[in-house]
Design a protein around this ligand. Structure first.
Ligand code: ADP
Ligand code: MG
Length: 580
């Protein structure tokens, strides 16, 4: 029998590897910026078109490459950053696997120009990993890399890309993480021909303010703790500045952004008693630790790492955060860097933390429209084989009641139905929001006093991507500078909820893999935020509303996140309980 095993040609293996390194435009951007940082750049310019789908360009003033190195940089495992295996245990550069450019080049059209101290500038163009042409370049300093048409030769992946809204959110997250961990680098960020960030070299707290807006300034509490195991520095945010999402949580280990459940937990535990239920603290925490005591290689994208001594680290972080929260509560925060014109009054600094100002209106009644005729639609008119004795004084044959302030119990002719009120309401709202979006048929109410919200640049950009969705469900919004003026809101959303609704949509954390489209994402988020929650007592009218409207939905069985909305118990189920 002939041999059948063969080594894959490098273009095929690169494309496969590309799946690991290059998932979406934001992962390309991350690799390119990290390379520029590793090349000791002090100025990095980023140019994006169409959420990175058509162009991602990074221009730096770093040490550049020779002609030969430019060629080598596209070969897998070509790296200037490690020589021997021991190096990877003490790595301080951002990249070291030598895979990124090879992978990116294999799935895009790429142009690179570079110059170093020893040679003239050079230009090369690569399509799908193959060198197309090269020539001299008059580039003056550093390196410029353009990635055009990402995944043009892997249609399955290109089609897999999400809406511009989602892709841009990923891109901005990557940009924020790198810009926060490198305030000593000047960044400019141009999106569809408009410069949306210009960040000069600055201190860490100024960088955070440049990105998140003036509002965050007075909420930054510095943290600084040196121990044998690790040094902790950065800022935590006052409890008043906590959010309903985790969007203000940043952890960096040796200046590299990471995700870590146990560190999140250890910080949150320090805020114990200071936060309202469902609110998350914000922080920009930098942990400096001996690189031989961590393993950064556990995850291909290097956002998860393993610590040798995580238990001690947990306690160190927990007590450092407690310590600095304690100091802030007894005395004013000293910020020598602060612009004196922005001083807040001493009284304000001294005051005890108060609860976050976003309140949920517990009187919110989403059941304004109630149609008795519709309720009766759910009642099966054939009561002949009804297993229930529905004898009652009124002519609604339907018996509905609530248990545990969480479930609504109802019947149809042959079963008992137990409905999760929260999930059911999510489904009802989700379908109605989707309908409004697609039919552009929403009703809205004009506000006598428009609601004013100040937005961060990221929120503003994301908002621009979903203006149409906001309009179609009944929001009337004007944006001026970084201020949002909300003049009308959809029926069904309470005025007091508006700020939370908008913040939540524009700050939404990742995990969008189940969203089909921006509209779908929007309708899902909105239905989650505005739905009645478990624990809410409902009157009989409200209970009937849920039952009636749930069963008029297209998909009454599953919540927008595919959770089961109700269970049924039929005669046999009940009999079996007794016959055990
Ligand atoms: P890695 O960063 O893991 O070494 P990459 O594929 O990202 O692998 O890059 C390969 C090599 O190309 C780097 O080691 C570096 O020598 C060179 N390189 C890439 N980008 C730049 C840049 N912007 N400036 C200078 N050199 C670069
Ligand atoms: Mg790299």
């Amino acid at each position: 029998m002939s041999d059948i095993i063969k080594i894959l040609p490098s273009d095929v293996s690169n494309k496969i590897a590309a799946g690991e390194v290059v998932q979406r435009p934001s992962s390309v951007l991350k690799e390119l910026i990290e390379n520029s940082i590793d090349a000791n750049s002090t100025r990095i310019q980023i140019i994006i078109k169409d959420a990175g789908k058509n162009l991602i360009q990074v221009i730096d003033n770093g040490k550049g490459m020779s002609k030969n190195d430019m060629h080598l940089s596209f070969i897998k495992h070509a790296t200037s950053k490690i020589n021997k295996i021991e190096d990877i245990f003490s790595i301080s550069s951002m990249g070291f696997r030598g895979e990124a450019l090879a992978a990116i080049a294999s799935v895009s059209m790429l142009e690179m120009e570079s110059i170093n101290d020893y040679q003239n500038g050079h230009f090369i163009e690569i399509n799908g990993g193959d060198l197309l042409r090269e020539k001299d370049s008059n580039i003056q300093e550093g390196t410029s890399i353009k990635i055009k048409n990402i995944f043009y030769n892997v249609p399955a992946r290109r089609n897999f890309l999400k809406s511009d809204f989602v892709e841009l959110r990923h891109i901005l997250d990557v940009f924020h993480r790198l810009a926060i961990s490198h305030p000593e680098i000047e960044f400019s960020f141009i999106n569809n021909e408009e410069e949306i960030f210009y960040l000069k070299q600055e201190s860490l707290n100024k960088r955070i303010i440049s990105i998140f807006g003036e509002k965050i300034r007075e909420n930054l509490i510095p943290i600084n703790e040196s121990t044998q195991i690790a040094n902790i520095s950065g800022f935590v945010l006052k409890p008043e500045f906590s959010k309903k999402s985790r969007s203000n949580q940043f952890i960096f280990v040796n200046n590299r952004f990471i995700k870590s459940q146990f560190i999140n937990h250890s910080i949150s535990a320090s805020y114990d008693g200071l936060l309202k239920d469902g609110y998350y603290p914000g922080y920009f925490l930098f942990i400096a630790i001996d690189p031989t005591k961590i393993d950064v290689n556990v995850h291909p994208n290097k956002t998860e790492i393993k610590f040798d001594d995580d238990q001690n680290l947990y306690s160190i972080i927990n007590s450092s955060v407690k310590h600095c929260l304690g100091i802030y509560q007894v005395g004013p925060v000293l910020d020598f860097d602060k612009d004196p014109s922005m001083d807040i009054s001493y009284d304000q600094v001294k005051s005890q933390p108060t609860s976050p100002s976003i309140e949920i209106n517990s009187d919110f009644n989403p059941f304004k429209v109630f149609n008795e005729k519709e309720v009766n639609k759910v009642i099966d008119d054939d009561l002949a084989d009804n297993i229930f004795n529905l004898e009652s004084g009124n002519n609604h044959a339907l018996k509905i009641f609530q248990i545990l302030n969480k479930f609504i119990v109802s019947t149809n002719k042959s079963s008992l139905i137990i409905i999760n009120q929260n999930l059911a309401h999510q489904r009802i709202l989700y379908e109605s929001f989707l309908k409004s979006i697609f039919e552009n048929s929403a009703n809205s109410q004009k506000l006598v006093f428009p609601i004013e919200l100040s937005l961060t640049k990221k929120q503003l950009l994301l908002y621009n991507k979903i203006i149409d969705e906001f309009k179609s469900i009944g929001f009337d919004i004007i944006v001026r500078n970084e201020l949002m003026l909300i003049e009308s809101i959809p029926f069904g959303i309470e005025k007091n909820n508006v700020e939370e609704v908008i913040e939540n949509i524009l700050n939404e954390d990742f995990n969008t893999s189940n969203d089909f489209s921006t509209s779908d994402f929007f309708a899902k988020r909105l239905s989650k935020i505005t739905s009645i929650k478990s624990g809410q007592k409902l009157n009989s009218e409200e209970q009937e509303y849920i039952v009636n409207h749930l069963f008029s939905c297209k998909e009454p069985n599953l919540s927008p996140d595919n959770k089961q909305i109700f269970i049924t118990l039929n005669k046999n189920d009940i009999e079996n309980k007794f016959n055990g």
